[in-house]
Design a protein around this ligand. Structure first.
Ligand SMILES: Cc1cc2nc3c(=O)[nH]c(=O)nc-3n(C[C@H](O)[C@H](O)[C@H](O)COP(=O)(O)O)c2cc1C
Length: 362
């Protein structure tokens, strides 16, 4: 199935980026879902009380409206994260708002949380027969009078449907959203989100793991505060990272000056350094999902060695197609063979100190 989708990849390049994405969602929703072949047992990972068949997940933003999570899982991903969803539907920013940086193998997006809202997503998710690990990523409406309340509502609304929930305070495309990463606000946000989870748990919805997704552009002093709060409040995990508003000097495409968040290959070094910095501060209090610029097994391996228990990718789909999940998994197995490791768990964080100390090549 992924083979057929990959054949369509050069064809989809003829379309504007956002139209190509819409076609991909349509194709996935119509594809038959074959049984997934078994994964190498050495790739299985447990984190936040969940057992992942492999560590390769699809990052948020591809399936914003929870239309195709099971098709994503059928492609061999170990988990799928849908969203970001906001309480009310909202259109996002005017088009064009997604730009491919072809020679850089990057993407800039300034979508601005375009999505169908909680209600439509619940309608879809309640028809789903749960199988496979599903993350639901929640955010706040642009015009919300109480953004923290939006996150709490997200946790309450989606707890019955999610394997885990992601609190996304790191999108650069909703003005002021990343200010929620400031220590005092974040502490309040996490407190209210955990209260909402507790409320749901009392109603028998289960106490689902809550992950915090951060930006790669934080000052290290701010990261100190964030990790301390995450530990103090016993957050279940962190996702590092979202897109960057910085522009590495190495970028070659002229549309690199477009406003928005940069993802893909040019994000790899920055997000991997931030991951290592987070891992060292977390001191294994919680697992970390490494995301940003993964486009091969080698890149996934580096993320794991920098401190990731699980990994996610999105932009590599644009350049390499859906076969990427299988490629990364096969490559990771080879790497385990080569190093005679018993499992992925053996190498998590092994290079964190060196990666954190490295000068990033931005
Ligand atoms: C077009 C696009 C839309 C995205 N939308 C979201 C989103 O809604 N919520 C979110 O948490 N991250 C979103 N992201 C960020 C990705 O989840 C991921 O953190 C980032 O792209 C880095 O990974 P990558 O280099 O593998 O793409 C989006 C990324 C792209 C390219």
């Amino acid at each position: 199935m992924s083979f057929l989708l990959d054949l369509a990849l050069p064809f989809s390049r003829l379309f504007e980026a956002e139209d190509a994405h819409r076609l991909a969602i349509r194709a996935l929703s119509m594809m038959p879902k074959p049984a997934v072949a078994a994964d190498d047992p050495r790739l299985s990972v447990s984190a936040f009380g969940l057992n992942f068949r492999n560590p390769v997940g699809l990052a948020a933003g591809f399936d914003k409206n929870a239309q195709v999570p099971d098709a994503i899982l059928a492609l061999g991903f170990g988990f799928a994260e849908v969203g970001t969803l906001t309480p009310k539907p909202q259109p996002g920013n005017p088009r064009p708002r997604v730009f491919r940086l072809l020679r850089d193998e990057g993407v800039i997006n300034r979508l601005g949380f375009n999505n169908d809202g909680f209600h439509a997503a619940v309608a879809r998710l309640s028809r789903r027969r749960a199988q496979g690990i599903l993350g639901i990523n929640v955010g706040a409406n642009k015009d919300s009078a109480d953004r923290i309340a939006d996150y709490a509502a997200g946790v309450e609304t989606f707890s019955p449907y999610a394997s885990y929930l992601t609190i996304n305070v790191s999108s650069p495309n909703t003005p002021g959203l990343r200010d929620l990463q400031a220590a005092d606000v974040l502490d309040e946000l996490i407190k209210r989100v955990l209260d909402a989870r507790e409320g749901g748990a009392q109603k028998g919805q289960g106490r689902k793991p809550i992950l915090l997704k951060i930006a790669p552009d934080l000052a290290l002093g701010d990261l100190d505060d964030i990790v301390e709060i995450a530990k103090k409040r016993a957050i279940d995990g962190m996702i590092v990272s979202n897109t960057t508003v910085t522009r590495p000097a190495s970028l070659r495409e002229s549309n690199a000056k477009e406003q928005g968040g940069l993802s893909g290959k040019p994000l790899f070094d920055l997000s991997t350094k931030m991951l290592a910095e987070t891992y060292l501060r977390a001191e294994r209090a919680f697992p970390i999902v490494g995301v940003g610029g993964i486009d091969s097994a080698e890149a996934a391996w580096k993320k794991i060695r920098a401190g990731a228990t699980l990994i996610q990718l999105y932009t590599a789909l644009v350049y390499k197609g859906f076969g990427i999940a299988g490629d990364v998994k096969r490559g990771l197995s080879l790497m385990l063979d080569r190093g005679k490791h018993r499992s992925i768990q053996d190498v998590i964080g092994r290079d964190a100190v060196q990666v954190a100390a490295s000068r990033e090549q931005a």
